[in-house]
Design a protein. Sequence first.
Lengths: 333, 144
Amino acid sequence: MPKKKLAVYTATGCRACENSILDVHFQVSPVTPWAEVSFWPYLAGSQWQDLDGDDQIDLCLFAGAIRTADDRKAALRLREKTRLIVAVGACSAFGGMPGLVNLGGVANDADPVATDESTQPGLPRTEPRVSALSDIIDVDYVVPGCPPPKNLLWSAIQALLCPGECTSRISYAASRLPDPISQSLTSGILPPRGSTFAGDKAVCASCSRVKEEKKFRSVFRPYAIDPDPGRCLLEQGVLCQGVATREGCGGLCTAAGAPCRGCFGKAQAVFDPGAKMVSAISSTFDSTKAAEIEAMSREFVDLAGTFYRYTMPAQCVLLAGPAKDENNAGDVL
Amino acid sequence: MNRFEPKIIAFLCNWCSYVAADAAGVARLTQLPNVRVIRVNCSGMVDPSYVVKAFASGADGVLIGGCHPGDCHYISGNIKTLRRSFLLKSLLKELGVEDGRFRLEWIAASEGPRYARVMNEMVEEVRNLGPYVPPSRRSAKGAA
């Protein structure tokens, strides 16, 4: 049986996703009889010409947001060559932190002068706005996270790359994954297209802290408080976004006393992460007086940058990218 | 001639503001026709997502109408709306929705004239602000 071909690429991103893939380390060895890396610039120094052959890539793990013209070109090229493309990490899946630049409105490239790369290398041309990978090409699967935890990456690699009889098919990552994905892990049948390798519910569902009645008196930045171990962080006045965020990480940050920052994107039932967080926080203000409530609300700074920290280009309803079919966009009323 | 006609979505509570709207109509008070009313059982059920969705779907302004504090049919539903309104307003502002486009008003069942006045006021205010175009569609138009 010919080996399956794997490609890994990062557009605009920090390459922590690629490092997270490398973190799977020794567990990779059971996969090697079935697959080989055929394009991975970061690890193998691959060039674009390496894709010029007739061979199709079987699986591409695409990390990073679409920020420059080169990013777009890379996404289109890899889509053309690849059977299954997985958006890996928050940048690729939702636009990620680079996507916060969209808050500044539509930017036109300040320096449109084409530089001669050989004599005077310039900065790459930027697109007017940062996009998630799915705004540019069809994406088959999503592995969210910043970076994605290795168990989810590993489950994706197993489910999408290994045939059913591979000995590495173990289910330690499957416990809280949605049924179709955990089934595909154990059976070797591909999960439905568009599946996300994470849970459906909110982080709170798998967070180990005890949740009681939430009453807000004032908000604390994470450095300003030493939270009680074992009690819900939001109850203690720390801005934890677990309520609005997709689970799958197992509550790693909250278990360590750090509030959830929302790197898995919104949970399935959430319409807009910012609106959900506004609702979750402010309905627990412990006051009935308008002036007091207003004063409490003023303690929150940078709401947009906090609630859409990883998701602005794809999941912020008011700032999300233009619909692919622009003729149908708008005019709903 | 080509006056901008804003679209206002008004979430009105069944027990006070909606009745006030009814009374304003029965009393034949002059009202601008730019308001689309959505009746809800209580202003407390208007989740911030509804407001965001209204703006995303083409509304130029959104108003939530509830009973005066203390008068809520469900005792404290309107206080829940009040709690959410400040943070929601700041979030909308950061996302580029100007202040005047979102309002929370207490309108009792007997205040038909006040309903008509508030609505007409809001329509004129939003008319002055101009159409609300989500940044996503702004960029699409710019590119075309």
